[in-house]
Design a protein around this ligand. Structure first.
Ligand code: BEZ
Ligand code: FE
Length: 288
């Protein structure tokens, strides 16, 4: 077939997909071609605009390093990461809500004993984080792995500051006790802009958007026989809760910072200095 034009080229490309190596490859390629052609037909780009689009994607790839994933930022800021998250976690109402993983998760964070500090001497308001991990019937899950990480009081993650070094802090792995409980010490995290010195930052500027995420603590909670939970707990009152640049906020994940005086926390953990408590009980659905 020859003589392709605006009216017949979409069908011609789709016809060429007939030899796809699997039904899924065919389905994805077919949808990609149909939607991409529809997009181009709708916006009718000039050749300069199309060249700029290709330059933008090229620069997005060139910006990626071991510690900077510009394509994740692109997916996050266009709401695609939250869409993929929603499609893949259609859980019963009582299960803890999920949200984006983000680009700052590190698998090999240190496993620390319950009650340890992850702040590593970083300055900030002392924070006690405590909670439980349970199943849908409220039964505690002992030995669940609770991986947690968050930004410092200036809004930076360790991997952003370390630039090539391997010092990990403000992150750790804990195992829940026989009552499904976990607790650790840290400092209150701040709201922060996502890395915006690259193509995604320029896109946000052009779209008239700010780059901020409201203050939050990340969690990845896993246990044999249960779906792995990836979520955050957001700090209530943050000015960016309704305009999170990556669309990750859900009401059920917002908790207050409760002032804590020296003594015992609500769950009975020792508090030596005045600070704040962030408490959250996680509920894991059974594995599908
Ligand atoms: C984060 O919360 O760590 C994050 C999520 C998405 C994009 C950038 C950062
Ligand atoms: Fe974060």
């Amino acid at each position: 077939m020859r003589n392709f034009n605006e009216d017949n080229i979409t069908a011609a490309v789709i016809e060429r997909l007939a030899g796809s190596t699997s039904k899924r490859v065919h389905q994805i390629s077919d949808a990609l071609v149909r939607h991409l052609h529809a997009f181009v037909k709708e916006i009718e780009p000039t050749e300069d605009e199309w060249a700029a689009a290709i330059r933008f994607l090229t620069q997005t790839g060139q910006m990626c390093t071991d510690t900077r994933q510009e394509f994740i930022l692109l997916s996050d800021t266009l709401g695609v990461s939250m869409l993929v998250d929603a499609i893949n976690h259609r859980y019963p109402g009582d299960a803890t809500q999920t949200t984006v993983l983000g680009p700052f998760y590190v698998e090999e964070a240190a496993e620390l004993p319950l009650g340890a500090s992850i702040a590593d001497g970083e300055p900030g308001e002392p924070l006690l984080v405590e909670g439980t991990v349970r199943d849908l019937n409220g039964k505690p899950i002992a030995g669940a792995l609770v991986e947690t990480w968050h930004a410092d009081s200036h809004g930076f993650y360790d991997v952003q500051k370390a630039a090539g070094k391997t010092e990990l802090h403000m992150r750790a792995r804990f195992l829940t006790d026989p009552d499904g409980a976990f607790w650790y010490r840290s400092i209150v995290p701040a709201a922060y802009p996502i890395p915006n010195d690259g193509p995604v930052g320029r896109m946000l500027d052009a779209q008239g958007r700010h780059p901020y995420r409201p203050a939050h603590v990340h969690f990845r909670v896993s246990a044999p026989g249960f779906e792995t939970l990836v979520t955050h707990v957001f700090v209530s009152g943050d000015v960016y809760l309704d305009s999170d640049v990556v669309f990750g906020v859900k009401d059920a994940l917002i908790e207050p910072l409760v002032p804590l005086a020296p003594g015992l926390s609500p769950a009975g953990h020792r508090v030596d200095v005045p600070g704040a408590l962030l408490a959250y009980d996680f509920v894991l659905p059974p594995q599908n």
